[in-house]
Design a protein around this ligand. Structure first.
Ligand code: IPM
Ligand code: SF4
Length: 466
């Protein structure tokens, strides 16, 4: 039988399948962070259960860590408790753990791949919706809830039901200034935030194949924003090249065996998907969201849409509400929207390539006077180190951008980094929901180059014109 990549990943991890489709799946890698793990460890403690396979877990603090003055500890009591709880649980249960002062610390979805903890062919779960990121490696990767975190810790398995399969096929060379972020925003603009509900998405086509692993991770990261639990990309030379030599990657003879297997991790030609969506990369422009959902997105050289022209009353209502929250008028040119802050970071866009792209834009320029704060938050301590080796920190600082310590930061404002009510931000993160970056804050999702350009111009600007 011809199989999709999803079929192959699924079939190779079934421990037991019931007639109604309920399946016990084996989990190869479990990533743990401070927000969704406390009750899970508590549950284990109460039941007197040990971990099933300690070495399958990797824990890190990311959501609640401060991005400045770490030597002074964590001022906010809730964040401090959250971080200290993971410190204690990791020690008590013997997990491999990158604590706040470990230079490998960073956002869970950045450090997994960086360490080779994420490898092709694996099932990867984490109590975090953006676990879809890891699908870039030809993995079956998705978020789980806290009770499932406990289940995985105790059994190394998960109860699951197979999703339907969707192929998102993107072909053609990417136009200048158009990035992986713009591809995935354009996909979400096309299919909507519910378009992928009930599906596992495979991203394929010549454009996806031409992306680096960083770019593929950006695309898979936002599969969840298209409603799909998992996004994935087939294994190819780019995947194998990235994985080679990582601390947890197989070595020697094991490596050769692994590579031979990994090369089978692609959809068989002719295998059927339940749904197919095709995009022509040549038609994608740099994207900017204008509303309070990632599907409320348009091209930088377009205008804020007019709800009056929307026929569907539910959509019209949502558009009207979003424009009130965002304080935008229909038909405003996107390039006329002024911003107050810039956030370059998050598990969507905080890897080295993202920082290089942003630095290239700001090099030799200055942050606009109306931009109060532009912050760059590397995805991990290792990304930060690499960026500093390349002198990117100096470029940012010279342009008036702040260079911070790694973590989730203003992606969701669980630490001190946040928008004040009414502030407008050009952000490289993945969610523009109301209050996401701070109560009353207004988020516009863009690529790193577009965020950097907005920081320089003080308003959105087409990077292609720079
Ligand atoms: C805190 C965590 C559970 C949450 C998620 O699941 O995605 C967060 O990472 C987010 O991006 O909103
Ligand atoms: S960077 Fe943002 S999206 Fe990613 S895990 Fe952290 S809070 Fe969630």
């Amino acid at each position: 039988m011809l199989k999709t990549l999803y079929d192959k990943l699924w079939d190779s991890h079934v421990v037991r399948a019931d007639a109604d489709g309920t399946t016990v799946l084996y989990i190869d890698r479990h990533l743990v962070h401070e927000v969704t793990s406390p009750q899970a460890f508590e549950g284990l403690r109460e039941a007197g259960r040990p971990l099933w396979r300690t070495s399958a877990n990797l824990a890190v603090v990311d959501h609640n860590v401060p991005t400045t003055d770490r030597k002074n500890g964590i001022a906010d009591p809730t964040s401090r408790l959250q971080v200290e709880t993971l410190d204690a649980n990791a020690q008590a249960f013997g997990l491999t753990y990158f604590n706040i002062s470990d230079k490998r610390q960073g956002i869970v979805h950045v450090i997994g791949p960086e360490q080779g903890a994420t490898l092709p062919g694996m099932t990867v779960v984490c109590g975090d919706s953006h676990t879809s990121t890891h699908g870039a490696f030809g993995c079956l990767a998705h978020g789980i809830g806290t009770s499932e975190v406990e289940h995985v810790l105790a059994t190394q398995t998960l109860l699951a039901k197979k999703s339907r399969s969707m192929l998102v096929q993107v072909d053609g060379p990417l136009p200048l200034g158009v990035t992986a972020k713009d591809i995935v925003l354009a996909v979400i603009g096309r299919i909507g935030t519910a378009g992928g509900t009930g599906y596992a998405i495979e991203f394929a086509g010549s454009t996806i194949r031409s992306l680096s692993m960083e770019g593929r991770m950006t695309v898979c990261n936002m599969a969840i924003e298209a409603g799909a639990r998992a996004g994935m990309v087939a294994v190819d030379d780019t995947t194998i090249e990235y994985v080679k030599g990582r601390p947890l990657s197989p070595k020697g003879e094991q490596w050769d065996k692994a590579v031979a297997y990994w090369r089978t991790l692609h959809t068989d030609p002719g295998a059927k998907f339940d749904m197919v969506v095709t995009l022509n990369a040549g038609e994608i422009r740099p994207q900017v969201t204008w509303g309070t959902s990632p599907e409320m997105v348009t091209a930088v050289n377009a205008r804020v849409p007019d709800p009056e022209l929307e026929k569907d009353p539910v959509r019209r209502d949502a558009m009207e509400k979003a424009l009130v929250y965002m304080n935008l008028k229909p038909n405003t040119r996107i390039e006329d929207i002024k911003i107050d802050k810039v956030f370059i970071g998050s598990c969507t866009n905080s890897r080295i390539e993202d920082l290089r792209a942003a630095a290239q834009v700001v090099r030799g320029r200055q942050r606009a006077a109306n931009v109060k704060l532009a912050m760059v938050v590397p995805g991990s301590g290792l990304v930060k180190e690499q960026a500093e080796r390349e002198g990117l920190d100096k470029i940012f600082k010279a342009a008036g951008f702040e260079w911070r310590e790694p973590g989730c930061s203003m992606c969701l404002a669980m630490n001190a980094d946040r928008l004040e009510p009414g502030e407008r931000c050009a952000s490289t993160s993945n969610r523009n929901f109301e209050g996401r970056q701070g109560q009353g804050g207004r988020t516009h999702l863009v690529s790193p180059a577009m965020a950097a350009a907005a920081g320089i111009a003080g308003h959105f600007v087409d990077v292609r014109a720079l």
